[in-house]
Design a protein. Sequence first.
Length: 686
Amino acid sequence: MKYRLLGAAAAIALAGFGPVAAQSGQQPLQFVDIFSLEMAANPQISPNGDRVVYQRRSNDIMTDQTASALWIVDYDGSDHLPLVTGPGNYSSPVWAPDSERLAFVASENEKTQLRVVWPDRGVTAKLATLPSGASNISWSPNGEWLAFTAFVRGPGPQVDIGMPTPPPGADWAESALVDETVRYEFDGVGELPDGGQQIFVISAEGGTPRQLTELAGGSPSAPVWAPNGQELFYSYGGDAETNFDFSESDIYAVSLDGADPRQITDYPGAESSPSISPDGETLAYLGFENRQASQQNTHLFLLELDGGEPRELLPDLDRGIGAAEWDSSGNGLWITYDDRGRSLLSYVGTNGNLQAVTDDLGGLVFGRPYTSGAFSISDNGRFAASIGTANDLANVGVGNRRGNVSVITDLNDDILGQRALARVEEITWTSSAPDGREIQGWIAYPPDFDEDQDYPLILEIHGGPHTAYGPHFSGEVQLYAAAGYVVLYTNPRGSTSYGEDFANLIDKAYPGEDVDDLLSGVDAVVERGFIDSDRLFVTGGSGGGVLTAELIGNDTRFAAAAVAKPVINWTSFILAADIGPTVMPYWFGVTPWEAPEVYWERSPLSHVGDVETPTLVIVGAEDRRTPVFEAEQYYNALQIRGVESRLVRIPGAYHGIADSRPSRLLQKAGHILAWFDAHDPANADN
């Protein structure tokens, strides 16, 4: 039987689990509220530190899209004004060195343009129309040039099969798609056109962009100007020679005169994210020596450009560094890294002294509570950053090396200020796995929570598996809590932000004892006395879908499960997913035909014969990361066995179901809540 959703809000009302008024008199978060949420993304502080421009991302209920406008605000929070708005999307703002101009990308009427705006003069100029768009924009030090990356189509494989020429006016079928590498599709894009990203420069006064690189596949990083303005540094990897493996990359420099790029680094592993010291003498970069482990921390290195060996700046920091940028003084760098589910902005001197500035970066994900964050720095030691909390998405925060962080916007007060939200509390427990590791998680309580009552529990499991949840806003978690559920979300072994050893406890063994971490977490919450142990539910997406399927194949305590966009059969995933051939040596170290038993033993499909739990299977209909047939294999196996099950496919959605359009977040959460409500023992007599 097929079902059609009437609409997320309608489904919730019909199912009988609409939000209940909180004791405070305020309503919990409503489904329709998702369309009112906003976030401050990509905050860019001016070089003189006086103002911040950011992308104000908002959900449009009429178009069901997330739109982006540019807003500007003074460092002290005054003069908060729209800068660039309209019917299109406006992104990638970058200040010129003079703090008087901003370059940005405008997408309107299916056209993409590179533009410059003078905020104080109210003047905007088009520099170029770019058929393939633009990203990674940066100004030259003298403000006369802009560099950016853009896609350039390549010829692709040419095969002469003797086809005749169509007669004039003939309507023939499209030509066959021909590929000769493993990189022919990508999630979020679909079929990949032949070609790759290249680096361009254009005069700040406009004209024709000039292509500087001729890279064969792969993608260059954001180009970084040398202080003399004559070279651009970038990292490059993921080409056909390395089988599109981004764990092997090097840093290069290309000059404006069109000469061949020169290679700067050539070490085993990944060297990426170059940053040049203000005096032009020292290269900072992130990297690691490739050990073929499924997860490796990125470390910070300094390399003198006139020769010598790289020096690791923070050898004792067992956390992966996400970004590093030189301070204008040249005495240190600003860096980001995750620690125990929180995202930090810190400052490290060239002597290795590390100083945390804030641990509140985040709020850049509408759906689930993943770590995130963005920042920029000025020439006078100030910064702007995305600051989030468990009860709000990102706002603009500003501060300096001493901290002194001030949040200068409040984008969601009009809606979240009127809602009773879930309270989020940290919890730790000892895993039931033999090693007895400490595991961290968070409990989200229903807004009207009363510890003397019994509640149903949802265990929500993150994907990756090498990612992390934290005390960050989550539209999905808030909606589950608003429907009356206590929600437990956790960072089991394999999660990042706890060190390389913890992340690699699942190396060549996933899924494994992370199941013990999760089940013992459920036990720890049940022991608190306010959970009805007959009303336990579990869900997770991607890697969380893997673990959800693994849990119900090994344990029968859950009343119902929702397996979202899972990998069910590791052999079919490795051989057909967009990144399958690339991750195979890191996650397995052996091919499926060399060790089929290893792949089968780690596949949740091998346990489907033991599943008794009523199971919803949900997937984006265009998913290329965990392809649709993974979900279909599991659903069909459940159907063959007679296990109560339902398959939900979201039309047009790739892997990031909840990230692509606001209504898809609601469809995902709505279907999960409807399934759990239908299988809640408390509703058995209804």
